[in-house]
Design a protein around this ligand. Structure first.
Ligand code: UT7
Length: 338
């Protein structure tokens, strides 16, 4: 069996357009050297990151999402009013509520659309992609906008060298539409959550458990806390495990994958995962050097890099993999149809 022969659904969904956006301001390793006790060499060697893009004050996730969405719709040549559903994957919504999807709908002018936010941290884009695909496959909708957008700089402690060097801000959007005759599009996925890892990577303050108060602020509860080493090991093991299972059940091996696009959390995690899968480095997309970890935006940003570099072309078999806070794990197999 190959991915064309997955059990049929009434319609299959495909990615029909891609748009991304990062804010122009750069935060370099040299800048970080002036802020915390770190150095360029350590950051590059331990993470692969050289620069990240950060928003200016007053710019929120919805702004990045709208810029990415506009680029996506422009490439496809359709108006915002044609969008039926907007799903925004984010852990840095503009506000606790309303959903960032509502703010995006208004700013974009997507009159008549419905939508919602999806919280799955670094796996948010893959989970949203799957939910969006199901809305197309069911026949309920034919134009679903899936966006991964995060302003991680809004929840970082820039005195904590173990977290502040890792993340950047950005957004990516894809349009999901029904496949044409002969197209394969989104073929298969395996996702998994494991709440036993909840406190290994989280922001404890600001929710219903620890509502914002002078005490939660004093205790530094409104920033990312991470047990980096523990997360690292599970990330490699789980991304490789789910990817292998997904390939195996489609009777594929790493050799059949033209382009492997993993979540960009750490270059060492990416390379270790690729090695476990037996995936040659030339098929692995890495752009963490430029953007850092942009959480829900890493995979669409890496898709854009792959296209720009001529490493992702129409007809390619693509494997996506993610790991993030929750824990959340995802693996997705698709054919690139643009
Ligand atoms: O995207 C969601 C999932 N998140 C991830 O996948 C992230 C997973 N974790 C990681 O990427 C890595 O664990 C980190 C990059 C966060 C840390 O790298 P590491 O190789 O695991 O370093 P470590 O935490 O074991 O720290 C090694 C040393 C420590 O010093 P001692 O205790 O050995 O003296 C740290 O204090 O490096 C020190 N260190 C730093 N040194 C310079 C930690 N951060 C820094 C820093 N600059 N920025």
């Amino acid at each position: 069996m190959s991915i064309e022969n997955r059990p049929r659904v009434a319609v299959r969904a495909k990615i029909s357009s891609l748009g991304t956006y990062v804010p122009p301001r750069l935060l370099t390793n040299a800048d970080l050297e002036k802020m915390v006790d770190t150095n360029d060499e350590w950051i590059i060697e331990r993470t692969g990151i050289r620069t990240r893009h950060l928003v200016d004050k007053g710019v929120a996730s919805s702004d990045l999402a709208v810029a990415a969405a506009k680029a996506c719709l422009e490439k496809r040549g359709i108006a915002p009013t044609e969008i039926e559903v907007i799903i925004v994957a984010t852990v840095t919504p503009d506000m606790m509520f309303p959903a960032t999807a509502c703010l995006v709908q208004e700013k974009l002018g997507a009159v008549g659309a419905w939508g919602f936010d999806l919280s799955a941290a670094c796996s948010g884009f893959l989970y949203a992609l799957q939910v969006g695909a199901k809305l197309v496959e069911s026949g309920a909708h034919s134009k679903v906008l899936v966006i991964g957008a995060d302003v991680m700089s809004s929840i970082l402690d820039y005195t904590d060298r173990s977290t502040c060097i890792l993340f950047g801000d950005g957004a990516g959007a894809v349009l999901l539409e029904p496949c044409e005759e002969g197209e394969t599009g989104l073929a298969d996925f395996i996702h998994e959550i494991d709440g036993s890892g909840a406190c290994s990577l989280y922001m404890p303050g600001g929710g219903s458990l620890n509502p914002t108060s002078a005490e939660t602020v004093a205790k530094n509860m409104h920033v990312v806390h991470q047990a980096g080493g523990a997360v690292f090991k599970v990330a490699v093991r789980k991304m490789a495990e789910l990817s292998e299972t997904l390939l195996r059940r489609n009777q594929l091996t790493a050799a059949d994958v033209d382009c492997f696009i993993p979540h960009q959390a750490n270059k060492r995690i990416i390379l270790a995962t690729a090695e476990r899968l037996g995936m040659p480095e030339e098929r692995v997309i890495i752009n963490i050097d430029r953007y850092g970890n942009t959480t829900a935006a890493t995979i669409p940003l890496a898709m854009e890099t792959a296209v720009e570099e001529g490493r992702l072309k129409k007809g390619d078999t693509v494997l996506l993999a993610s790991f993030g806070g929750g824990f959340t794990v995802g693996a997705t197999l698709l054919r690139w149809e643009i």
